[in-house]
Design a protein around this ligand. Structure first.
Ligand SMILES: [Zn+2]
Length: 310
């Protein structure tokens, strides 16, 4: 009998239309416009076709409208896990005091549970922001894992690129000065581990996997970018990443974002956004190829199952 395939985790940060507009500094984001009516049924059908059950990280603010709640409920009805992605999706949680972060986590957690019928067991900070205070709050609320770290040296470069592409004012840039993390994030461990929080308290960390040794990100946004140069190059890059994970015994936690899967032809408000000139059809084809490649080597599950199997 052949050996069962190792587990790999798949998760999606359910950033809504307004969250993209906010990070980009576009007017009107504070009316909290939503594209859930288009995106959620679309992605759920796609995941069904691929026979995938994944983790969706949800933003608390998005549960406030009844329309949004209708779509959020579909996520758990179709068998997916939900995680906490903060209440206001502010990418500088590391500047919050313990009390501020506690308020944020609890508000989001209750809102997500009310909307989806499922209590989140995991958390991912917006823009990979996190702090020791955050971990302590998560532990005190009974969370099983944090999934906020992205060990890469490229964070400062990604931030410069974002600022360059955005219309942010000086003040807005100052508030976002640690967006995507510091260079030192690259020295963080790639394999899942436990944060020790004193008094025998601990919480699991499930980093977003980057390429072992080089720490280059290979989540879907990066793969999609490479595929615009050449699909062959994208596959080569992903195969190298998988190979390096295999030889270093690094389990894979793979990250998706809505704009990796849906194009500017469907979400017209974001057609100016980087990568949104690519049509949905093409994005789906790339997504399909990436998932097939991963499926060849791994059993793909949500983060809770992944963590259980470690
Ligand atoms: Zn996000």
């Amino acid at each position: 009998m052949s050996k069962p395939k190792p587990l790999a985790a798949i998760s999606l940060d359910l950033d809504n239309l307004w969250a993209y507009m906010k990070i980009h500094g576009d007017e009107g984001w504070d009316k909290y416009p939503s594209y859930f009516d288009i995106f959620i049924p679309y992605v759920l059908d796609l995941l069904d076709e691929l026979k995938l059950k994944i983790t969706f990280f949800i933003v608390g603010k998005d549960t406030e409208s009844e329309e949004n709640r209708k779509y959020l409920r579909m996520i758990t009805d179709r068998g997916h896990e939900v995680g906490n992605h903060s209440y206001y999706h502010e990418s500088w949680l590391q500047t919050y005091s313990y009390e501020e972060i506690e308020k944020e986590i609890i508000a989001a957690e209750l809102a997500i549970e009310r909307a989806t019928g499922q209590k989140p067991k995991g958390f991912r900070g917006p823009g990979f922001s996190w702090s020791k205070n955050l971990l302590r709050v998560l532990e005190s609320r009974g969370y099983l894992y944090d999934a906020s770290t992205l060990p890469t040296y490229l964070g400062p470069l990604a931030r410069l690129y974002y600022f360059w592409k955005s219309d942010l004012s000086k003040e807005e840039k100052r508030a976002r000065k640690e967006l995507f993390g510091k260079f030192s994030e690259g020295f963080r461990k790639l394999k899942p581990y436990y944060w020790k929080l004193g008094d025998e308290k601990r919480i699991a960390e499930i980093p977003v996997t980057t390429m072992p040794i080089f720490k280059f990100p290979f989540h879907l946004s990066y793969l999609l970018y490479l595929s615009n140069i050449s699909t062959g190059l994208m596959k080569l890059y992903l195969n190298i990443a998988i190979f390096l994970c295999k030889v270093t015994y690094t389990p894979i936690s793979f990250l998706l974002h809505p704009l990796d899967i849906i194009g500017g032809d469907q979400i017209t408000q974001l057609s100016f956004f980087p990568g949104m000139n690519v049509r949905s059809e093409r994005k789906v084809r790339i997504f399909w190829e990436v998932i097939s490649l991963l499926k060849g080597k791994y059993t793909l599950v949500n983060i809770s199952e992944f963590q259980n199997g470690l």
